[in-house]
Design a protein around this ligand. Sequence first.
Ligand SMILES: *[C@@H]1O[C@H](CO)[C@@H](O)[C@H](O)[C@H]1NC(C)=O
Ligand SMILES: *[C@@H]1O[C@H](CO)[C@@H](O)[C@H](O)[C@H]1NC(C)=O
Ligand SMILES: *[C@@H]1O[C@H](CO)[C@@H](O)[C@H](O)[C@H]1NC(C)=O
Ligand SMILES: *[C@@H]1O[C@H](CO)[C@@H](O)[C@H](O)[C@H]1NC(C)=O
Ligand SMILES: *[C@@H]1O[C@H](CO)[C@@H](O)[C@H](O)[C@H]1NC(C)=O
Ligand SMILES: *[C@@H]1O[C@H](CO)[C@@H](O)[C@H](O)[C@H]1NC(C)=O
Ligand SMILES: *[C@@H]1O[C@H](CO)[C@@H](O)[C@H](O)[C@H]1NC(C)=O
Length: 429
Amino acid sequence: MANKQQVVIWDVRCSFHSLIALLVLGLVGGAVYLTAQSGQQLLEDDHDDTTSTTKSTTTPSPTTNNDHSSPKCNLFSGKWVFDNKSYPLYKEKQCTFMSDQVACEKFGRMDRTYQNWRWQPHQCDLPRFNATALLEKLRNKRLVFVGDSLNRGQWVSMVCLLETSMPSSSPKSMINHGGNLIYFKAKEYNASIEFYWAPLLVESNSDDPVIHRLPDRIVRAQSIEKHARHWTDADILVFNTYLWWKRPRMKILWGSFEQSDGIYKYVEMLRSYEMALKTWADWLEIHVNRTKTQLFFMSMSPTHERAEEWGKATGENCYTETEIIEKKNYWGNASDSKMMRVVEEAIKEVGKRGLNVQMINITQLSEYRKEGHPSIYRKQWDPLTREQLANPAVYADCIHWCLPGVPDVWNELLYAYIFNRSSFRHNSF
Ligand SMILES: *[C@@H]1O[C@H](CO)[C@@H](O)[C@H](O)[C@H]1NC(C)=O
Ligand SMILES: *[C@@H]1O[C@H](CO)[C@@H](O)[C@H](O)[C@H]1NC(C)=O
Ligand SMILES: *[C@@H]1O[C@H](CO)[C@@H](O)[C@H](O)[C@H]1NC(C)=O
Ligand SMILES: *[C@@H]1O[C@H](CO)[C@@H](O)[C@H](O)[C@H]1NC(C)=O
Ligand SMILES: *[C@@H]1O[C@H](CO)[C@@H](O)[C@H](O)[C@H]1NC(C)=O
Ligand SMILES: *[C@@H]1O[C@H](CO)[C@@H](O)[C@H](O)[C@H]1NC(C)=O
Ligand SMILES: *[C@@H]1O[C@H](CO)[C@@H](O)[C@H](O)[C@H]1NC(C)=O
């Protein structure tokens, strides 16, 4: 069941109407345009992962490393500062395992300043990302990112950050057996940096890492063990799940996909999200060794699909954007703060049961970065039509992020918490 075609109806007030999906990737693969309540989603998927070795270079780094001791600092409140001396932290071409989904230079992007922004918290500096220190920390350990294609982008960023600063002689490999788990190994450290595909965290009919474009999305909101067994014993876990939920309601299954006696019911989205996160939280509470495992949850990654939100013409989007949004506290309509609150509640709830999950609050800071998306500069899985060529905005990807770019900063934040969680103020829920 390789190439499947499907038609998705847009409920969007945007330009396009319907759209086919799918195509290829080696043998199978897919790209799809989905719709959601507010704007279309292009949560395509691809696997251009390789299995090989080598690459080198040193990584310079940002700000000075000082006084993030006391008073405790909120790293998520700050501003972007143009800094083409320290950024990017690595070069796109130097990263052996760069993904074609986010390799914007390779696919023709000419402006480069999206690579040059440093995040400056108001109250302190971010610690310098030291790849060697992180690899030492990960010796004989597993760092696993679990979630959707946004989380996969962050994982690619992490691999690039580590890999480009390893000596070229240092053995490394990327292992992808076509399953949900892909991993990068830094052999001298026996460190494993992994990505596990589970776009809704709980089980769903979108769990196939390649073929997951189904018009009728079905979620088993009570079941996570099929996924969780693969990462429960990791040393550091980084979760996300958001965009795949953005529809008015979800079809929930009680029972299994294999048996015919399951009970299906449509449940309002927010409630479904809550159910799934409860399942996730309950699993963690029972199965995670809290003295061993550090837990993180990445907050919503914002999209920039409706340029009227930042004062441009209706029908435009992130295409052609080269500058950041300067407006303080800018917040796009597509970012659902109710969903963020559900995540906070779930984290708070497990917190009461003695399990510490740190939210990495990237939403606000990423909101400013309308120029950070691949737009049209990424691999296209389908040949472009004449209509698309005539109006490139219609196929621009305003969801994912170019690398080097915004997800590198997410990883710098993650880094800060991995090393020094006690030095920073916890979110005051
Ligand atoms: C962690 O924070 C302490 C101060 O609390 C600082 O001295 C140290 O350099 C920090 N370590 C890292 C890796 O940032
Ligand atoms: C995330 O950070 C922004 C900026 O500091 C803040 O306004 C927002 O309340 C934070 N949200 C959470 C859930 O911590
Ligand atoms: C950095 O940016 C400044 C100001 O835009 C520019 O004059 C300079 O040439 C840039 N340097 C590099 C190395 O790109
Ligand atoms: C990075 O970390 C390593 C190992 O902890 C340390 O030896 C090195 O001095 C650090 N480099 C910088 C630039 O801080
Ligand atoms: C290598 O790392 C794995 C975790 O990824 C660990 O289970 C294993 O014990 C490590 N091997 C050695 C020799 O320490
Ligand atoms: C939890 O992890 C710690 C540190 O790795 C280990 O010493 C302990 O035995 C583990 N506990 C259980 C119940 O596995
Ligand atoms: C964004 O949402 C606000 C509040 O719901 C609404 O007033 C505004 O018109 C929306 N803006 C756009 C561009 O949709």
